[in-house]
Design a protein around this ligand. Structure first.
Ligand SMILES: *Cc1c(COP(=O)(O)O)cnc(C)c1O
Length: 322
């Protein structure tokens, strides 16, 4: 028998969260970001549930290929573009839209057999990927002059759309970097989509909110009308009676504040449950809220059972973005 832990993915919640993204997006089209196995929710399953999206964004060519094989017909945006020359024919084969963030990628595009649409990424302040004042003009002109490049969409990514810095400095910088260029524009991740309508432009790129997580530390998913796409459930496989002061788990980092009974759940960091989920992380035991105590083990973590709990099932609901 497999261990009793199970992650349940709600297709309805994914579709609901996309509708919430749509209400924020207005007339902008939506790239549903399903990179990294749809943030762990399963690539094909998420693409099906998010079928109303205008396109899908991934990082990995193997994921793009899987989407096409699963029958996805919408555009697919490759968020880091091409990595090597062997990726170039795949752009044509699977009709993919690469993000071009580096001059070397433009050289590689010389090997294209047929035209593709591209995104031209500028670095407006995050300092991760993108062209800067030093090379944006040359890069953009090279793409416009390229015989196998169709449309060029202008793109940037925000470093702190969810934080205190916000987007205004990056918005200004993006405008300055691209003012001489024409074409559609795409800027917003989930946080910018919800918080800064002035970033919506032509295409938005929500990821985390589609899975039912708030991108903000101070606004809950519930307050944003989002529904959790994943529910992680397992079972209590043992209980322990603790005297006041006794420690729990590796490092004995949690000490019982009083006499208490704790449950041991078949769930740990080998299952993807974060090892850094501290004492106090919420857990539902038969729909009653309790908390994690003690350090999360590799395959066991320890919520004290809610006092009235009689059966041995615990539901661990993801409560915040990981
Ligand atoms: C991951 C990613 C997104 C989605 O970001 P969320 O914060 O998950 O909404 C959008 N754009 C780019 C370029 C990304 O890498």
């Amino acid at each position: 028998m497999p261990r009793p832990i199970r992650a349940t993915i709600s297709a309805g919640a994914l579709a609901h969260n996309l509708r919430i993204a749509r209400t924020h997006a207005g007339r902008a089209r939506i790239w549903a970001v399903i990179k990294a196995n749809a943030y762990g929710h399963g690539l094909e399953r998420a693409a099906r549930a998010l079928g109303a999206a205008d396109g899908f964004a991934v990082l990995d060519f193997a994921e793009a290929e899987r989407l096409r094989r699963a029958g996805v017909t919408q555009p697919i945006l490759m968020l880091e573009g091409i990595f090597t020359a062997t990726d170039v024919p795949l752009l044509n084969e699977y009709a993919l839209t690469p993000v071009i963030h580096h001059p070397r990628q433009i050289e590689l595009l010389g090997a294209l057999a047929r035209p593709v649409d591209v995104y031209f990424k500028v670095n407006s302040g995050m300092n991760r990927l993108g062209f800067t004042t030093a090379n944006a003009q040359a890069g953009y002109q090279a793409l416009r002059a390229h015989p196998r490049v169709n449309t060029v969409t202008l793109m940037t990514h925000f470093a702190d759309a969810d934080g205190a810095t916000g987007v205004s400095a990056q918005l200004e910088r993006f405008a300055a970097l691209t003012e001489a260029f024409s074409g559609p524009r795409s800027l917003a991740n989930s946080a910018a989509l919800v918080r800064f309508p002035e970033t919506h432009a032509d295409w938005v790129r929500p990821g985390i909110m589609l899975y039912g997580c708030s991108p903000f530390a101070d606004r809950s998913a519930e307050a944003l009308g989002l529904k959790p796409a994943m529910t992680l459930a397992s079972e209590i496989i043992a209980t322990q009676e603790l005297a006041r002061g006794e420690g729990v788990g590796y490092g004995l980092g949690y000490r019982a504040e009083r006499e208490m009974r704790i449950g041991v759940v078949a769930c740990g960091y080998a299952d993807g449950y974060p090892r850094h989920a501290g004492a106090g992380t919420p857990v539902l035991v038969n729909a009653r809220r309790t908390r994690v105590v003690g350090r999360v083990s590799m395959d066991r973590s320890r919520p004290p059972p809610a006092r009235s709990a009689t059966s041995s099932s615990a539901r661990l609901r993801r409560a915040s973005p990981s």
